[in-house]
Design a protein around this ligand. Sequence first.
Ligand SMILES: Cc1cc2nc3c(=O)[nH]c(=O)nc-3n(C[C@H](O)[C@H](O)[C@H](O)COP(=O)(O)OP(=O)(O)OC[C@H]3O[C@@H](n4cnc5c(N)ncnc54)[C@H](O)[C@@H]3O)c2cc1C
Length: 340
Amino acid sequence: MDIRTNIPLKQYLTMQIGGTARFVTEVHSAEDVRTIVTNSRKEGVPFYILGGGSNVIAPDGRYNGIVIRNCIMGYEEIAEDKDTVTVKLGAGEVWDDFVKRVTRENLIGVEALSAIPGTCGAAPVQNIGAYGQEISDTLTELEAFDTQTDEIVTLSNDDCKFRYRNSIFRTEEQGRYIILTVTMRLYKGSPMPPFYSVLENHLKEKNITEYTATNIREAVIEIRANRLPNPAEKPNAGSFFKNSMVDKWLVDDLLQKYPDMPHFDMGGRIYKVPTGWLIEQCGLKGKLLHGIRVNPANALVLINESARGYSDLAQAREAISKAVSEKFHIHIEQEPLELA
Ligand SMILES: Cc1cc2nc3c(=O)[nH]c(=O)nc-3n(C[C@H](O)[C@H](O)[C@H](O)COP(=O)(O)OP(=O)(O)OC[C@H]3O[C@@H](n4cnc5c(N)ncnc54)[C@H](O)[C@@H]3O)c2cc1C
């Protein structure tokens, strides 16, 4: 296994912010994972598993451990019945290559998750979601290397405790599992309305009335192209903040003052309030803060236009969070994880 030393991290992170890593390596199999974890532990070197780096930001200094880039490939149809096809994927496979492939085969279940950057192995970590679909709708199980027991375990959908942009992999079990494969059950047939409102409107505008996995994928790609900057041209990590989950009493209170505030009932007296709307109401949409541009098309996305490093990003983040907190008494939460 090739282990490289003192490597700049920016090249692996779509936000293009971060210092260096003491070591970087690639894993291509479960055995590689076992070897690298065992050796790192023996040497007392921490490790961090990285996919496409589209949801990670890194501090400016040196990460004194080993960054493990997941390159475990594989695509296998493992079961089929009259309604479904079940596919098992290597965690290093590019997510959107998988979506493209299955939508072409007229399988449904992930078409609204088109064009999300990153790898299949990272997709369960924050339960990726878009336009009314989440990976938790179709993932049946995954295999992972458990760094507590050094065993390869199978976790069911329930074991992952999926919720809005969250799972055990970024909360109570963060850092414990290295995901090796994901298994997805896809459906034969046509996507069924009602669709997520933005998608529904787009389909209406285009006079699309017969729905296929492919035309839904194309619609989603078109919508995203207008709202999300391409990280290759404008470095970003997608939504920098999660949408806000707010208690009913605070929503009711805020609606007195801001009757147009969008809010969606999530059950259990919790409402989702779009954080992009909150940031926009603070007058920050399109603004440049410490070299970080609040995306003019969608205030949830922060673009690294000219930041000198992580500290600039941290100052921009602080300014935005403070503005929202002072105006709405809502504490907004960062979506990307920190490499540490
Ligand atoms: C332009 C843009 C648009 C985006 N749009 C969306 C969107 O619509 N919806 C959405 O949900 N997300 C979106 N994202 C966020 C991002 O694409 C997803 O979170 C994606 O799943 C991250 O994949 P990755 O391989 O880049 O993960 P990384 O950024 O490399 O890693 C993310 C986290 O997962 C962990 N991880 C990675 N691989 C593994 C593994 N094999 N085992 C265990 N842990 C692992 C890492 O340690 C890290 O904590 C967007 C990002 C960008 C840049």
